[in-house]
Design a protein around this ligand. Sequence first.
Ligand code: ADP
Ligand code: MG
Ligand code: MG
Ligand code: MG
Length: 402
Amino acid sequence: DFTSAYFTMNEADVVEYVQNRLSVFNDDADLECREIGDGNLNYVFKVVDRKSGESIIIKQAGPVARISDAFKVSPDRNRIESEILELQGELAPGFVPKVYAYDPVMNCCVMDDLSDHEIMRSALLNYKKFPLFADHITTFLARTLLLTSDVVMGHKEKKERVQQFTNPELCEITEDLVYTEPFYDCEQNDVFEGTKEFAREVIWNDEKLKLETAKLKFDFMTKAQSLLHGDLHTGSIFIKEDSTKIIDPEFAFYGPAGYDIGNVVANLIFAYVHAHYTIEETEARADYLPYLEETIVQVVELFSEKFLQLWNETAAEQTATLPKFKEWYLDSILEDTAAVTGLELCRRVIGIAHVKDLTSISDAKDRTAAEKICLIAGKTFILDRTSIRTGDDFVKVLRHSV
Ligand code: ADP
Ligand code: MG
Ligand code: MG
Ligand code: MG
């Protein structure tokens, strides 16, 4: 009956659930439901009223990963997802789907159907351009990251929020998959055959790199700086010409602000290497690659500008007005951004979770070449992170790696 015990719903259950538990459709609605999820942990149902044409999305957290029972993650993460979507909707209006209901028994939430947008990763794989993206994402990043920090919030209230978004199981997934496993010859890694020797030589055999990633992992675990989205790759972004919506924040927790920005930059780089190896006409390539470079520059530059501007408008912490303090603070965010860009570039090549930008390059030689670029750039971003600050610095590392 949906009110006493959790179970994973199928499409028919969801129709019944909508009829019994929600009042979002008309009483005479003619409901149709389809499961459209493509992830590994959750079920995403689209429910349409054939009469009115209206539709909603219901996302239910599953009790185990779909590919392997070995990954057990509490369905309570759906609470985190629902609560942070609401909070982000207040902090950065217009950039996340509206949440209509959260159900702590069924571990599901009801939200806007964004089917008129497309997943950004797919759009970039089709070489589409979104001139407003950098402006949109940097507004979202500056507002969600600064307004949840000690710079703006009361320190007690902020610590309560840290507790509210304590997310140990999903943090552990990130600690393992992003910060640990890619940097040694871990059994769980999944490296493309042609890339494996290179990974061993350039990544696994580098003791300095291992030490730097260990330092970064401890930053990730201990630096409760900002409330992060926590999984901000281009598969978590719905986009169309004039609108950008960020979805899937189930990994949200308090961590280093640069984590989210670095994920955005790295995933633009994946689109870049994909385009580099798959666009055959010289002219088309010479048009699309500079667009992506410019987008990377804008993400870094607009973020920095908006962050400082918003700081001037909102900083409440008394030390925040000390001369040079906000510049120091931004500097450390950009250093973390460079580091995380590098971590994400390496882990998507070496670790178990891949990106289609690389796996869809069908020519094996090209795929290996593309993956080597990611590893070289990734390593450089990590090791040189103290000197990477401007949008041009980020693009230079990319260019030198190609
Ligand atoms: P997961 O946590 O399993 O990755 P996501 O939240 O990323 O789940 O959703 C998986 C897929 O479901 C998305 O890639 C998208 O295709 C679809 N989806 C998710 N949320 C919505 C939404 N609000 N509107 C339309 N489609 C959605
Ligand atoms: Mg998904
Ligand atoms: Mg997810
Ligand atoms: Mg997802």
